[in-house]
Design a protein around this ligand. Structure first.
Ligand SMILES: Cc1cc2nc3c(=O)[nH]c(=O)nc-3n(C[C@H](O)[C@H](O)[C@H](O)COP(=O)(O)O)c2cc1C
Length: 464
């Protein structure tokens, strides 16, 4: 039976693009039920959606053909996607209002909810909108961030509805993820969206733990207007902070990506350079049980930053570089007994091989390796594909959202904390491969995992 998707459409100028989203979802084999807010019907008629969807569009909380339409829609949905999501509907979802069919349906569901905001830049950047989104994210609502581009009335900026294909791909990957991780059947508020979290039920297994997460790419000044940096967006680090907070940890986020949203309740230290990150992270780490170094810290910085802007009329400057502080190394040297340290390695080409070498050399308890050349993984994507290397072996995870990757990392950290005495770092050994703890994940001994990673064949029985 095809999976049922509610396509919520709210009253923004991008409502017409939701027709294309609808068509593509139907083409992907889904049963699509459009639900329009009254404002949305001013932009596109319900008839247009009815013509391309799997059943007629619905708009009425009152006078509907069935007595209680929102519960019926919400209970039967496998996923609710709202595209475009106006500032207004985001606020209603964040507050738990249910004064029209779409917001009521989003409350009366346990299905995951995906929102795709679209609005003018001023609205998008308004703290009210960002705080509502942070609230929704904290509850587990998934978000496809808007693009930067042409808006209505000739304006250009952030707030343009994401490309319909990007939205459809997120819907499909969420449905896939939730098929792999069925939700509990109890009367939880899980589901999602406005009403609960669609995440795996990890409970609050980090309650009382103090964790420090670093995020983003540091910027090393060349002159007052230029810097050396890298492509890190900070999304994975922020996802780690968000999921740790959701699992009960007291989180300090040292971020060189201050514009990425951070949830309420997270202690944020905004930094710019590797030096500043070291100065913020090392004291915070003294109190922490877990440190996750997800930041892409520059290895080198200009030895001298010019005091004023370098101009074209001057001769071509020669940048002399010097190493930045090695924060991970300092953390490992100062490690308290029982403290768990997680490193990250963003690699290109033979990522796993380089990761294994780094794991052996760095003295961390867990190394998260990603090949940033893989499509959909690494810098600036909402999804990531990583391998987790620990003394217990290597776990290769599938392509999934950065929140799901973060949850997998915390699962390993919880195991290390439970062990009390994290296994001292050493090169992983060849052991019998075992199934990984995560759906779609395979935990393998070193050699098997490396072969799998390199695309060499592994007989099915090797996984048993
Ligand atoms: C021409 C026009 C275009 C609009 N475009 C947007 C938009 O792109 N994004 C948005 O958040 N609100 C937009 N609004 C405002 C919303 O329509 C308004 O906040 C409305 O209450 C949204 O209701 P809904 O969320 O129930 O659909 C627009 C309003 C008008 C008149």
């Amino acid at each position: 039976m095809p999976q049922r998707v509610i396509l919520g459409v709210s009253g923004g100028i991008a409502a017409y693009k939701a027709v294309e989203v609808c068509r593509r979802l139907v083409d992907a084999g889904l049963h699509v039920v459009p639900v329009l807010t009254p404002s949305a019907t001013r932009f596109v008629t319900p008839l247009t959606f009815s013509a391309v969807a799997s059943e007629p569009a619905q708009t009425e909380l009152w006078n509907a053909p069935v007595p209680i339409p929102h519960t019926r829609l919400g209970q039967r949905a496998d996923l609710i996607v709202i595209a475009p999501a106006t500032a207004d509907i985001l606020a209603r979802l964040a507050c738990g209002l249910a004064d029209d069919l779409l917001s009521a349906t989003a409350l009366a569901t346990r299905a995951p909810v995906l929102v795709c905001p679209a609005m003018h830049t001023e609205m998008w950047e308004h703290p009210a909108v960002q705080e509502n989104l942070a609230t929704l994210r904290r509850r587990g609502v998934e978000v496809v961030d808007p693009d930067v581009g042409a808006l209505a009335a000739g304006d250009v900026g952030a707030g343009r509805l994401a490309d319909p294909q990007v939205i459809v791909e997120r819907v499909l990957s969420l449905l896939e993820r939730h098929r792999a991780r069925p939700q509990s059947s109890g009367p939880s508020r899980a589901g999602s969206g406005a009403s609960g979290a669609p995440h795996r039920d990890t409970g609050r297994d980090l309650r009382g733990r103090r964790v420090v997460v670093t995020a983003g790419g540091t910027r090393e000044p060349i002159d007052p207007v230029r810097f050396l940096s890298n492509r890190s967006s900070g999304k994975q680090g922020h996802a780690l902070a968000r999921t740790a907070a959701r699992r009960g940890a007291a989180v300090t986020l040292v971020t060189a990506a201050p514009f990425a949203p951070a949830d309420e309740g997270i202690h944020v230290l905004a930094v710019e350079t590797a030096e500043e990150m070291a100065r913020a992270t090392l004291p915070a780490a003294e109190q922490a049980e877990v440190i996750v170094m997800a930041a892409a810290v520059a290895d080198y910085r200009p030895k001298r930053a010019a005091p004023s802007k370098l101009t074209r009329s001057e001769r071509v400057p020669e940048l002399e570089l010097e190493p930045t502080p090695d924060i991970l190394r300092a953390l490992v040297e100062r490690r308290r007994p029982g403290q768990v340290i997680v490193g990250f390695a963003a690699e290109t080409g033979d990522a796993l091989g380089k990761g294994m070498e780094k794991f052996a050399r760095k003295g961390v308890d867990l190394l998260v390796v990603n090949d940033v050349m893989v499509a959909g993984a690494g810098f600036d994507h909402d999804t990531n594909q990583v391998a987790l290397i620990s003394a217990a072996g290597i776990e290769q995870l599938p392509l999934q959202t950065k929140d799901a990757v973060a949850d997998a990392v915390w699962d390993r950290v919880v195991e290390l904390l439970a062990a009390g005495d994290p296994v001292p770092p050493s090169a992983p050994t060849d052991e019998d491969p075992v199934h990984g703890a995560h759906p779609g994940a395979v935990r393998l001994g070193t050699e098997h995992a490396r072969n799998a990673y390199l695309g060499q064949s592994i007989e099915p029985e090797d996984h048993r």
